[in-house]
Design a protein. Structure first.
Length: 260
């Protein structure tokens, strides 16, 4: 199996670990399905009061597998749309789970990994972690709800900067913007996130679930935006810009995006 999610219970806290160190925890179809199933299970388990999501081997998540995406360009677009729906099923399950979900981010949260982190209710980050939404650098558009979560969190000019530039953003800047809740020393995020989750899980979890639904209703659920992102991603992947951008990434050269 390419990638998995390990689940460990610590009292009323469920710790989920994206585990595929060989790819820095890139999101495979198996991992997407496992994430979806884990959050659906947590939602109905009365013994789970909170969830912590982290990554193995010092990296949160390196995002999608560009090699698989490049090879998928030879398939019918419906294949890619199915993959997007599998990923977005995970995001939907995480957002509708009535338990608080805390991301514990070490290393990089890149591409779809950044989307997953922002899709959590709370984010604890190591001070040296980096967040990258670099889709644009290979001619693609964000998925996993990134555009929705950024739209909720920052002014449109800043969302545009992050999505247009695709550069690295440090944990401290995201903390200043309110996207990251707490910053820890490197290696300290899981302990901090689990302690926070434990405190929340000992509280009135039903009321916290209601509060989560109210927050979602106030901002508008990201459901329709996930569908729009999926359509845009498929369109982008089959465009000449993505063909050049992904090829340039693997050839370690600057892309020469087509004009006209």
């Amino acid at each position: 199996m390419s990638g998995r999610i390990d689940a460990v219970r610590q009292g009323r806290v469920l710790v989920l670990t994206m585990d595929d160190p060989a790819t820095k925890n890139a999101l495979s179809a198996e991992m997407m399905d496992a994430g979806h199933a884990a959050f659906e299970s947590a939602a109905t388990d009365p013994e789970v009061g909170a969830v912590v999501l982290t990554g193995a081997a010092g990296t949160f998540c390196s995002g999608g597998n560009l090699g698989q995406l490049m090879s998928s360009r030879k398939a019918d677009p419906s294949v890619i749309r199915d993959m997007m729906d599998r990923f977005h099923g995970w995001i939907r399950a995480m957002r509708t789970c009535p338990k608080p979900v805390i991301a514990a981010v070490e290393g990089a949260a890149a591409g779809a990994g950044f989307s997953v982190a922002m899709g959590c209710d709370l984010v604890v980050s190591a001070e040296d972690a980096s967040f990258v939404l670099a889709y644009v650098k290979v001619g693609l558009n964000p998925d996993g709800g990134a555009s929705a979560f950024l739209g909720r969190s920052v002014p449109p000019q800043l969302a545009a900067e992050i999505m247009f530039e695709g550069g690295r953003i440090g944990a401290q800047r995201l903390a200043q913007l309110g996207i990251v809740n707490r910053v820890t020393v490197p290696g300290g995020t899981l302990e901090e996130a689990t302690a926070w989750a434990t405190r929340l899980a000992e509280g009135p979890t039903v009321a916290i679930g209601r509060a989560k639904r109210l927050i979602e209703a106030a901002y508008g659920p990201p459901d329709a935006q996930l569908d729009r992102e999926a359509d845009a991603f498929v369109e982008a992947l089959y465009h000449a810009e993505a063909a050049e951008g992904i090829a340039a990434f693997f050839e370690k050269r600057p892309p020469a995006f087509p004009r006209g």
